[in-house]
Design a protein around this ligand. Sequence first.
Ligand SMILES: O=P(O)(O)OC[C@H]1O[C@](O)(COP(=O)(O)O)[C@@H](O)[C@@H]1O
Ligand SMILES: [Mg+2]
Ligand SMILES: [Mg+2]
Length: 345
Amino acid sequence: MTSSNISLTQFLIEEQRAGRVNPQLRLLIEVVSRACKRISIAVGKGALGGVLGDAGEGGQANINVQGEAQKKLDVLSNEILLEANAWGGHLAGLASEEMDTSQPIPDKYPRGNYLLLFDPLDGSSNIDVNVSVGTIFSVLRCPEGVTSPTDADFLQPGTAQVAAGYCVYGPQTTLVLTVGHGTHAFTLDREAGSFVLTTRGMTIPQETREFAVNMSNQRFWEAPMQAYIGDLLKGSEGPRGKDFNMRWIASMVADVHRILTRGGLFSYPLDSKCAAKGGKLRLMYEANPMSFLVEQAGGAASTGRMRMLEVTPSGLHMRVPVFMGSKAEVDAAVGYHQAHDAQAH
Ligand SMILES: O=P(O)(O)OC[C@H]1O[C@](O)(COP(=O)(O)O)[C@@H](O)[C@@H]1O
Ligand SMILES: [Mg+2]
Ligand SMILES: [Mg+2]
């Protein structure tokens, strides 16, 4: 990454002058980035901050709306994002992977025009073992005339997003952002306390020799996924004619960050364990914001059967199969699904 002297604040002012963000959206992104700084500090303290381990009392785990045991840092990150965004006047409502329903901004605060959705801490299983985790966020417009939004107001396709981003808490804390005009990376200068633009216009190579998937689920996958990965594993001796490498961090933010940096395919396909739920990853908090960032960097994102950003959400916590990254490789994976479905009819 090349360093610049442009802070996130300066970048957003430039974007505002160019007419690509308005003052309310600029404030929203600033507030989210400040919350990410606070989460980064909490993650960095680890055991010293008493933030590791499961949330809950008396040995009883807290189970969230996803049916998953919450980590202390899941709860803390959620609270940091809620608290930071409640009173600024830039939002009409918020929704989080960790909350059952959306929350309108309380009456005592001014309301803005935007809806914010987030996965406060992605890759929770990696928190306790000191492997990168992150925050993912998506911004939608509040429908015209709605002053107190309900869940239904959030059910907009990914194409309606006005901004999306993630912050990965790894060896460096990096915020990656799109407002619909390219995907840009900002690295946290820990001493100065500000995010500095380090890559303007991230670009994902079209071709790749690297894929990311949880291989332990192989026997639970659908036939087209079995066929696709089977051919990748045959390498130079198979129909793809080249050897592939595999990486799986099990933090979507970290896996997608690698792909935005050097290319690759990220996949969490449908499997028989998660089929009843529709998939593992969440459309509104994970798949849509990441798909927007990946498309803005020249990549592609699909469910395997349709463009991710065109999926009509049926619920706030809807889950979907995910394929994203280098365009030629996403197209290849989609091709296996199309061929299978065509044969089945
Ligand atoms: O443990 P698995 O099945 O490999 O799943 C890993 C995936 O689950 C996730 O951790 C889900 O996100 P949360 O940690 O926010 O629930 C993704 O980040 C990651 O890609
Ligand atoms: Mg997640
Ligand atoms: Mg999470």
